[in-house]
Design a protein around this ligand. Structure first.
Ligand code: 9MR
Length: 350
């Protein structure tokens, strides 16, 4: 079925009403066939970050992951510190496993992430490399990792979190040593390494229009004018209901859409100050729906990925003390209103 580009205002309102009022928290709807079935025909894939420890040890986690999602992102196992813990010695074990499971489940893989300031192997931070050596290491890393998975990764987060909140480039080992051109270089190398992968610039706090998202917009525009193969803009979507929801998210996604790049929500979770209650849980559902509607309403938004689907393994409580409940399912896999809103929104759009 063709992907409809416009949801009627009534349909959008209906999603909100159903998501907010009718379905009780945790109830499975009749004829429940999961999010991936609901997403079919919409042109937007539904994804999750995958925790490989949980996948190996928690059968309900593995079953829900296969049932609910048609794209997966490794939460950690494709990061540089994991794949090259010692210089020149690669360990693809966990990442290979993820790609195999995805193939068996008929899921596309979003590769995450090639160029980042975080989760670098300690040998990079601890050795006194020259700028020329670092440039060579970065190039080798991109070719090694993309080469290893060539043809099996649907989209790659090539450069992750390159900007500060004020729209300046983040001070990282890459910017300091290679200069701002490292971003264009990374995309050029990535395209050579695997021409079939869709190449994304990815960041957080860019769901709304502001200095950071505008700087990324300008960079993408500039790079494309120069013929640099940046092909997608990923908005992570780590939100907190206490900060309010990004009311201009659709307007924001539309301007990237107009540039001709693909867009995606790549790491959506919406946290709250604990304990949760019905009001917070409903506000969260609205947030999940808001981002999904923005994705469905533009032409080139290709996927919507949640950063974990159960609170059982969410990164949030470990980092934001006193906060949590950020995913669409509880720790014991009960569906929250956020889950129902995602499903109903997909169903209306298909
Ligand atoms: O969820 C990931 C967590 O398990 C790691 O400890 C953390 C390390 O930085 O990275 C988390 O994932 C991040 C992602 O790779 C990039 N965007 C922000 C995510 C949450 O921190």
């Amino acid at each position: 079925m063709m992907r409809p580009r416009v949801l009627s205002a009534a349909a959008i309102a209906a999603v909100t009403v159903v998501g907010l009022a009718v379905l009780p928290n945790g109830a499975a709807t009749a004829g429940d066939t999961g999010l991936r079935a609901a997403a079919r025909g919409t042109g937007v894939k539904i994804g999750t970050a995958v925790n490989m420890d949980a996948l190996a040890t928690d059968a309900p986690y593995a079953a829900a992951g296969a049932r609910e999602f048609n794209t997966v992102t490794p939460e950690n196992v494709m990061k540089w510190e994991v794949v090259e813990p010692t210089q020149g010695h690669y360990d693809w074990t966990q990442a290979d496993k993820l790609v195999d499971v995805a193939r068996r489940n008929g899921q596309a893989v979003r590769g995450h992430t090639l160029v980042w300031h975080s989760q670098l192997p300690s040998w990079i931070n601890e050795t006194d490399f020259t700028p020329a050596q670092l440039r060579d290491l970065l190039r080798r890393h991109i070719f090694a990792e993309m080469g290893h998975f060539k043809g099996r990764i649907w989209a790659w987060d090539v450069v992750n979190e390159a900007f500060n909140e004020d729209g300046t480039l983040r001070d990282t080992i890459w910017l300091r040593n290679l200069g701002p051109g490292y971003i264009a270089d990374a995309f050029r190398w990535a395209h050579q390494a695997d021409p079939s992968a869709i190449l994304f610039l990815n960041d957080y706090n860019v769901e709304w229009i502001g200095p950071k998202s505008t700087a990324e917009y300008n960079l993408i525009k500039d790079l494309r004018r120069q013929g640099v193969p940046v092909q997608g803009f990923g908005m992570q979507g780590h939100l907190g209901i206490q900060y309010g929801l990004p009311g201009d998210v659709l307007e924001n996604v539309r301007r990237f859409d107009a540039l001709g790049v693909k867009t995606a929500f790549t790491e959506v979770d919406i946290r709250m100050i604990l304990p949760d209650d019905q009001i917070k849980t409903q506000a969260q559902a609205e947030g999940f729906g808001l981002l999904l509607r923005a994705c469905l309403l533009v032409r080139h938004c290709i996927s919507y990925t949640v950063w974990g689907f159960t609170d059982k393994y969410s990164w949030v409580p470990g980092v934001f003390s006193g906060e949590g409940s950020a995913t669409p399912m509880t720790e014991d896999y009960q569906k929250k209103p956020a889950y129902d809103t995602l499903k109903e929104t997909f169903q209306l759009a298909s």
